[in-house]
Design a protein around this ligand. Structure first.
Ligand SMILES: CCCCCCCC/C=C\CCCC(=O)SCCNC(=O)CCNC(=O)[C@H](O)C(C)(C)COP(=O)(O)OP(=O)(O)OC[C@H]1O[C@@H](n2cnc3c(N)ncnc32)[C@H](O)[C@@H]1OP(=O)(O)O
Ligand SMILES: Cc1cc2nc3c(=O)[nH]c(=O)nc-3n(C[C@H](O)[C@H](O)[C@H](O)COP(=O)(O)OP(=O)(O)OC[C@H]3O[C@@H](n4cnc5c(N)ncnc54)[C@H](O)[C@@H]3O)c2cc1C
Length: 666
């Protein structure tokens, strides 16, 4: 905010009962992370190349060229200022425009790191790090995305030339969707069925050069282009999601990523001790980052809706006084505050997931693979529930802002359009929950076999207690006790998984049973994942959290998150007998009283996200709350207002009006 400028939200900020600067540190993860983030946000906001207020007005070609310009400028600044990788990734984040760089850094580089041998990493990573090559992740095809084993592209070893021949045998085998592929990438990690000596060895990754490094023309045998406009204006259309066909393209043998499986010069196929599933490792990595992204997108929408709800007034004027701020309506609070609590919940669960991922990666390096299934289930499940909740929440925030939320300059329509594919990419959310369900059913089936469940399924080890325990909540106050809440969530989750396992046992063919019970299995998986989020929020509160009143606010938010989920899924809790209807009603009473506690802190709680006005790009979410004059000013900037009488008046409006006059005379 400019020095001396009026702050229309100052009153809201004065009622805060906690130290906002300390909350900013907790949200960012550390003082260092906050400092880096703050510095990079300001660097981007102050650079005119990164302006984005005109994005929705640009044609696809203009938008795309502008994205290329921003990406090139960002890279120039990163090099000039010698930014660290941490700083560079914050710059890309605050530039806030989907671009080929997301896939280059987010998937191409990790795929080589995770699936390449030491030599392959040494050869390719330095080129990628300097952006002397630009890469994408080409897995999905026109005919298959979820079913990775169903991919049709082939990679056939030719022992005569020591090469693989990469080929697209059918229309449906065309690569379809990879970001950065359409117009930019020089290379791809392309996934194809490995065929050696007529034998199939499953799907593997291959580094394939697509375009000339001299003139960017596709290499012989490569057909490549963009797949066309996507949902919304601006939004994800800055990305060149692409189509790619291979016509017997030859690549050297050492361009197959060979950490999991090697093909020798003689055409021998050697399986290393690394599990096959590591071929899916890049997806595990990205799913984990997508959970952190969910907390960013959600907090951004909530920040806009909260500030605007404090500015906006409707009804309730007494004796000519001001009308009621819409944030004071209990209905507004019951729709908005759970989303605020969810933003914090997703932030902390993503922190935990990152540490789990780091831990599993270290173990994999040491040849320990036992924690891989849990890492897969956690990343898949949390990716699924956090992105679904965030997509719904952005739309809810738009509605919370009434009519003005539908204006592009509220920032919410474009945020929704950019965000919503997160429910599909990196694994369709339902398909991913079915993966979690498989893991849970397996865990339940092993209970009593002596194998003790660990990690996020450790609670299943107390199945005997959880299957019959009764919640001893007697008052609304009791719902503030984390142990009581966690036990209710554990009982609900375990009972849902056990019920699925029992029903599955009734089918002679387990796969048929799994298919028939899929809808119930997805609900059991979601219940397990919600338990993880609730537990990790409470565990966060066990840590030392400095700053006046910060922990208290987080305690309130953790209870709001848990009781909101309980209220939303009350049917599950009641039908499993985990709580009684009376206890459900008490939870709701507690939730209402928690909303009143959040109210004086709401604006400060969104200030703690530390978002610049540039990043938010929302007239409604401005830090200073100066909404109406800005909306009015912005309207006049619309190209339609360039002239008072619109283009087309002479051709289409005037003749119409004249005709109406003639008709009236008749
Ligand atoms: C820091 C920067 C970040 C940048 C972020 C950039 C974001 C950019 C935006 C968008 C990018 C989007 C990119 C993409 O979308 S890439 C394409 C993603 N595609 C998918 O996600 C496909 C989803 N499908 C699958 O994952 C799988 O096919 C499957 C659904 C898991 C099924 O696979 P399959 O049929 O082989 O497997 P089974 O079900 O039979 O399972 C076999 C056993 O393997 C285990 N398994 C499965 N997946 C994994 C995994 N990933 N890791 C570990 N283990 C796995 C499974 O549990 C089975 O185990 P079991 O013990 O039961 O045998
Ligand atoms: C914006 C965007 C960016 C992308 N970027 C990339 C990229 O960079 N690289 C890349 O390789 N791919 C990319 N993708 C592709 C993406 O990963 C796939 O679209 C995604 O994995 C879903 O697969 P699908 O499209 O085949 O969906 P489908 O599997 O066809 O899903 C269609 C419907 O069928 C249901 N369904 C499917 N299988 C089952 C089942 N077994 N049981 C029950 N229901 C089922 C799903 O729930 C869904 O409702 C991108 C996609 C988008 C939208």
């Amino acid at each position: 905010m400019e020095v001396g400028a009026p702050d229309y939200l100052a009153g809201e900020r004065q009622t805060a009962e906690f130290d906002v600067e300390s909350m900013k540190v907790t949200w960012a993860g550390s003082r260092h992370a906050l400092e880096v983030s703050d510095r990079m946000a300001r660097l981007v906001a102050s650079d005119p190349v990164f302006r984005k207020d005109n994005r929705v007005m640009l044609s696809r070609k203009e938008l795309f060229k502008n994205t290329l310009r921003k990406a090139a400028h960002a890279w120039k600044r990163i090099v000039e200022l010698r930014l660290t990788e941490e700083e560079a990734s914050r710059v890309r984040f605050f530039v806030d425009e989907p671009a080929f760089t997301d896939l280059h850094w987010g998937m191409f580089v990790p795929a080589i790191k995770g699936q390449g041998t030491e030599e392959q990493q040494q050869k390719w990573l330095p080129l990628a790090y300097k952006m002397q090559i630009i890469g994408c992740y080409a897995q999905t095809e026109l005919g298959h995305g979820s079913n990775v084993q169903g991919l049709e592209t082939t990679a056939t070893f030719d022992p005569k030339t020591d090469e693989f021949i990469i080929h697209s045998p059918t229309l449906t085998s065309s690569k379809w969707w990879p970001g950065g592929l359409g117009k930019v990438s020089t290379h791809a990690v392309a996934y194809a069925r490995l065929i050696v000596d007529g034998q199939e060895h499953g799907v593997h990754g291959f580094i394939v050069q697509l375009r000339s490094l001299d003139d960017h023309m596709p290499l012989p045998g490569i057909t490549v282009g963009d797949i066309g406009m996507k949902f919304g204006s601006g939004a994800y259309n800055s990305m060149d999601n692409g189509v790619l066909r291979f016509d017997n393209v030859r690549i050297p043998r050492d361009q197959m990523l060979m950490r999991v499986l090697q093909v020798t010069r003689e055409g021998k196929v050697i399986q290393s001790d690394v599990p096959r599933q590591l071929i899916y490792g890049t997806m595990v990595f990205v799913r984990q980052t997508i959970v952190a992204d969910a907390s960013c997108a959600l907090s951004r929408a909530v920040c806009i809706a909260t500030r605007y709800s404090a500015v906006r007034r409707q009804f309730g004027s007494q004796n000519g006084g001001p009308e009621t701020q819409v944030i004071d309506y209990k209905t507004q609070q019951s729709r908005l505050f759970p989303l605020l609590a969810s933003a914090y919940a997703f932030r902390f669960v993503s922190e935990w997931l990152k540490s789990l991922y780091t831990d599993v990666t270290e173990k994999l390096q040491r040849g320990e693979f036992s924690t891989l299934p849990e890492a897969h289930a956690c990343t898949a499940g949390l990716k699924s529930i956090t992105t679904s909740a965030t997509a719904d929440a952005i739309e809810e925030c738009r509605k919370l802002c009434g009519g003005h939320g539908y204006l592009a300059n509220s920032g919410l329509p474009e945020l929704f359009a950019v965000y919503v594919p997160a429910c599909t990419y990196e694994g369709d959310n339902t398909v991913l929950l079915l993966q979690v369900a498989r893991f849970l059913v397996k865990t339940v089936s092993q209970l009593g076999s002596g194998k003790v469940p660990v990690g996020t399924t450790a609670y299943m080890g107390r199945a005997r207690h959880l299957i019959q325990c009764k919640s001893n909540v007697q008052s609304a106050e009791d719902w503030l006790n984390p142990q009581v809440v966690v036990e209710a969530f554990e009982a609900r989750s375990l009972r849902m998984s056990v019920a699925c396992a029992e029903n599955l046992a009734k089918f002679p063919n387990p796969e048929e049973g799994f298919a028939q019970l899929a809808a119930d299995l997805v609900e059991a998986a979601a219940a397990h994942c919600q338990l993880i989020v609730v537990t990790k929020f409470f565990e966060k509160l066990q840590q030392d959290i400095p700053g006046k009143g910060v922990k208290k606010q987080l305690q309130i938010l953790s209870s709001v998150y848990a009781l909101y989920i309980l209220h939303k899924h009350l049917g599950d809790f009641l039908s499993t007998g985990s709580i009684t209807p009376k206890q459900g009603a008490l939870a709701n009473d507690q939730l209402r009283s928690l909303y009143s506690k959040i109210r004086p802190n709401a604006v400060a709680l969104v200030d703690a996200f530390n978002y610049t006005d540039h990043y938010l790009s929302s007239v409604l979410g401005r830090y200073d709350g100066n909404v109406y004059p800005t909306l009015y000013e912005e309207a006049w900037k619309d190209p339609l207002n360039d002239s008072v009488v619109p283009d087309g008046y002479q051709e289409y409006i005037r003749p119409l009006l004249k005709q109406q006059i003639r008709n009236a005379r008749l």
